[in-house]
Design a protein around this ligand. Structure first.
Ligand code: GLN
Length: 396
């Protein structure tokens, strides 16, 4: 008798396309504008703080739900930046990155068959996260043709059903760079309260804002702190994507306890010395955030200039660090073929647009570039992409 050795649940989704493109990039010696991580170092004080924490003996398990010092620092920052007061002992769980925070949050709140609303395009993890937790995803479209990447309020209203348990928000948004407005979040908040639904919001790009956009946390809206899981991490704000230190906050003891249980048995805890370094990071002077946003604004404008000149039609990001772009003027190939040719023939890795949609045909016209890269890396990308002009169309 033979058996199926792999469980059905891992057959529900495919390998991460973002991570696959990184591997392809390395194979072809490309410049990696696929996976969103910086090619420059984190602030020196932060690296010193991590080394010091190891020397000072923070090398064994931290408390499962997070070092008390880090949780205190997270609570303090959540109050001043996001406008919500929480109790670090009752409302915060430190996790291995925002990725684990999202998985633990969904495992804690979703029963198989419950529906979870996801704005589309979406960061590819949310699909598998929903499926692993047994949720049935329902999608609401963001209109990338609109400069604010808005959504249709009626489509959103219709997505809420008796079975809806949660809605996933990501602001600033990966991959579209949308920054949800207070009005949009208020509509979502009203619907959450009307239908008794939780909001799960991934705000890892909360400091990367351009063109005067302001970050609003849905947890700060009337009646939402108790029904919102706010997810964040050190990765993007402090340029330490490999540290895997994130957290989930909800001003609700029961849900926090659920998240802590899921987290405890998934990973026990995040790296203890890096949590201590996190205390230093979260205590950076406030001008660090303005400086970081300005650095990324320059990179955005640099890459937008390069792409626009070549004929790409870009969705202008108002936040985060990605550019979704149409490439119809350059190739009639589909997104996967075009992205594969770009990495093989031109040496620049991107992410095919289809990996951000549940129905691949919806992303066929797009690829995504990530720009947390040194100016010289972006200049090298410009040199490589110039080939597109001379070799004209890539294979279609
Ligand atoms: N969030 C980043 C991206 O979208 C990195 C994802 C990952 O590989 N963890 O590229």
């Amino acid at each position: 008798m033979t058996k199926q050795w792999t469980a059905a649940r891992v057959g529900l989704f495919a390998e991460s396309v973002i991570r696959e493109m990184t591997r392809l990039n390395n194979l072809h010696n490309g410049v990696n504008l696929a996976q969103g991580f910086p090619d420059f170092d984190a602030p020196a004080e932060l690296l010193q703080a991590a080394a010091k924490a190891m020397r000072d003996g923070f090398n064994q398990y931290a408390i499962t739900w997070g070092s008390p010092r880090l949780r205190a620092a997270v609570a303090e920052k959540f109050a001043w930046y996001n406008g919500v007061e929480v109790d670090p002992d009752a409302h915060i769980t430190v996790t291995c990155g925002a990725t684990e925070a999202m998985m633990a949050a969904l495992l804690a709140i979703v029963d198989p068959g419950d529906e979870v609303i996801i704005f589309e395009p979406f960061y590819e993890n949310y699909g598998p996260d929903a499926l692993l937790s047994g949720a049935v995803p329902r999608y609401v479209s963001l209109n990338l043709g609109d400069p604010e990447c808005g959504f249709d309020p009626d489509q959103l209203r219709d997505a809420f059903t008796e079975k809806t348990k949660a809605i996933i928000i990501n602001t600033p948004h990966n991959p579209a760079g949308k920054v949800f407005t207070r009005a949009e979040l208020s509509l979502i908040a009203d619907l959450c309260q009307k239908h008794d639904v939780l909001a799960v919001t991934d705000e890892v790009y909360e400091h990367l804002l351009y063109d005067g956009r302001k970050h609003v946390s849905i947890a700060s809206l009337e009646g939402m702190a108790e029904r919102t899981v706010t997810i964040n991490s050190m990765s993007k704000t402090y340029s330490v994507t490999g540290w895997r230190v994130g957290w989930a906050i909800i001003k609700n003891r029961d849900v926090t306890n659920g998240i802590r249980r899921a987290h405890d048995f998934l990973t026990v805890g995040a790296a203890a010395p890096l949590q201590e370094a996190g205390v230093v990071a979260l205590g950076f002077p406030r001008e660090y955030y303005a400086r970081t946003a300005e650095m990324y604004r320059r990179k955005r404008d640099h890459l937008l200039g390069i792409l626009t000149k070549l004929g790409f039609r870009c969705v202008i990001p108002r936040g985060a660090y990605y550019i979704m772009t149409e490439f119809d003027a350059l190739s009639s190939a589909d997104d996967v073929t075009f992205a594969h040719s770009l990495v093989k023939d031109v040496g620049v890795a991107t992410v095919p647009g289809s990996s951000f949609y549940h129905d691949p045909s919806m992303g066929r016209r797009f690829i995504r570039f990530a720009y947390p890269k040194k100016e010289e890396t972006l200049a090298e990308v410009a040199r490589r992409l110039a080939k597109l002009r001379t070799t004209a169309k890539l294979k279609s």
